[in-house]
Write a protein that binds this ligand. Structure first.
Ligand SMILES: [Zn+2]
Length: 518
């Protein structure tokens, strides 16, 4: 059974009744592509639950009450003054009237919406002011010592701090939330100080204040906030990346807080592996990593979704767009489509089905990515016409949109990520590389030039070249390299006969004769 279906069934068995699936993110800047794994994983489980007949809901919480604790290098230095402020109070870098959090979260949301994940979006900057977190805040403040004990027991590290309270007010004087420390709680009011030296990344203003912790005046520390969201909203399923799921980590703390403080059952966990995107071309020079938006530009949505669907959550996905990775991914996607329509490999078929964006899977014109890459690079070749010729074997009507879309992504790949071997151009004049030809190879070229006038089919010519080469004691790679070195100035290329036949016959003939001149 497909992994997401297995999880859905396990949830159905262990947790009775309707389910609420959630994921979350702090909008601290351009959102890294790795965060897409969580989004798609939760979307898959949500959809698998629905298909398993479980009434379910799916949400995504934007943690915009979190403080800005790092200054991304792409921001102007003026942003230094916002360090320590909650993201919903920091202005957007484009000068619009959005908040910083909205600006970056919306980019990310639009990427995952395109990938077919449409959870309801919740913003902490609405949950806190509307009082939705109030009950959890009260319980947490009343249980401050217990919470510290749990931190200590579970993670085994932190020593108890006298007077520590699980609440961070927003300083009414300087607007910062990262620098405040609450130290007393009487059931109605917390007293706090805005500390100049508490954290390295933000300097508090020294303000000493009193405030009711309810209705959005501050937030819970995130380790407490996580299970508090589950309690406040009724979230029942929330997986966590492996960084949170290690023994004694924040997930274990959240589970203990659920049982011992909030008195709820912890959300069902799916501890999932990393989604890594590598390659020199992808990692930004500014060291910010690869944003989700960037990756969404190099793959069609269903193929990117497929990349995140196909692998079990326990497997690391390591995607390096350089080299043959992208053509191989397209091949695998096409193979999954065949599995679906021909009912062969059940898991692969299901991965294909769950990778569709909105509609049910539909048949499409499957033409290999590498094939299209060859057509696109050939002079005088119209991929549409070439694809027509494939119609018979594909058994599917050529859909021009399918082909055009593949061409679009082929071009992106060729321009940015294709290895040298996959790229070629027909040289307009005799290239210097013919110096590498031996006499038998030259003889083969002369033979081809001589025979070219006949009406050749590609397969037939390919065999003929192979046999002529054999007669001259050439290996097949020596034979075909002779052609590539003379036309493309390199040792590799698309199928040789087909390359020759796509060009003007006189041009090829003249070139092969010219290669034979001393
Ligand atoms: Zn302050």
């Amino acid at each position: 059974m497909f992994w997401a279906d297995k999880i859905a069934l396990d949830i159905k068995e262990k947790r009775k009744g309707p389910q609420w699936v959630d994921d979350m993110k702090t909008p601290s800047g351009k959102i890294h592509v790795g965060a897409l794994r969580g989004v798609i994983l939760h979307d898959l489980i949500y959809k698998a639950l629905l298909e398993a007949g479980v009434e379910s809901k799916s949400t995504y919480i934007i943690n915009d009450y979190d403080p800005m604790d790092d200054l991304p290098s792409y921001l102007p230095p003026e942003y230094e003054k916002y360090m320590g402020m909650p993201f919903f109070k920091v202005p957007a870098p484009d000068g619009s009237n959005q908040t910083y959090a909205q600006y970056y979260a919306h980019d990310f949301i639009s990427v995952f919406n395109k990938l077919g994940a449409e959870p309801e979006i919740f913003w902490d900057s609405k949950l806190y002011p509307r009082g939705i977190m109030d009950e959890a805040i009260r319980i947490a403040l009343d249980s401050a010592e217990k919470i510290q004990d749990i931190y200590q027991e579970v993670s085994g590290s932190k020593k108890r701090q006298l007077g520590w309270l699980p609440f961070q007010p927003i300083c009414p004087k300087c607007g910062k939330i990262g620098s405040t420390r609450a130290f007393s709680w009487d059931g109605e009011i917390v007293e706090f100080i805005c500390e100049p030296e508490m954290v390295k990344w933000a300097k508090g203003c020294g303000y000493l204040g009193r405030v009711s912790p309810f209705g959005g005046t501050g937030k819970l520390p995130w380790k407490v906030e996580w299970p508090a969201h589950w309690m406040a909203l009724g979230i029942t399923v929330e997986g966590a990346g492996k960084d949170h799921s290690s023994a004694g980590g924040s997930r274990d703390i959240a589970n203990s807080l659920c049982r011992e403080v909030f008195k709820i059952e912890p959300a069902y966990n799916i501890p999932y592996e990393w989604f890594l995107v590598g390659g020199a071309k992808m990692s930004s020079s500014k060291g910010t990593g690869v944003s989700a938006e960037e990756v969404a530009k190099i793959l069609p949505p269903e193929v990117l979704r497929f990349l995140l669907t196909r692998f079990n959550y326990k497997q690391t996905i390591n995607f390096d767009p350089a080299g043959e990775t992208i053509p191989k991914l397209f091949d695998e996607y096409d193979r999954a489509a065949s599995a679906y329509f021909e009912k062969t490999d059940e898991d692969l078929a299901r991965a294909f089905e769950l990778s569709q964006i909105k509609d049910k899977p539909r048949e499409y014109f499957r033409i290999r990515f590498s094939q299209v890459a060859n057509w696109v690079q050939m002079p005088n070749v119209d991929p549409e016409k070439e694809a027509e010729a494939f119609k018979g074997s594909a058994l599917i009507d050529l859909d021009h949109k399918d082909l055009q879309e593949r061409i679009k992504y082929v071009k992106i790949w060729l321009e940015n990520y294709a290895p040298e071997e996959a790229k070629f151009t027909v040289h307009k004049t005799l290239p210097l590389t013919i110096g590498e030809l031996n006499s038998a190879q030259k003889e083969l070229l002369a033979k081809i030039a001589h025979e070219l006038g006949r009406d050749w089919q590609p397969e037939e010519l390919q065999n003929a070249i192979y046999n002529w080469g054999k007669d001259l004691n050439l290996t097949s790679s020596e034979s075909f390299q002779a052609i590539y070195l003379t036309l493309l100035a390199k040792k590799h290329g698309p199928k040789a006969s087909w390359l020759i036949l796509s060009l003007d016959k006189n041009f090829v003939k003249d070139r092969f004769i010219e290669a034979n001149q001393p």
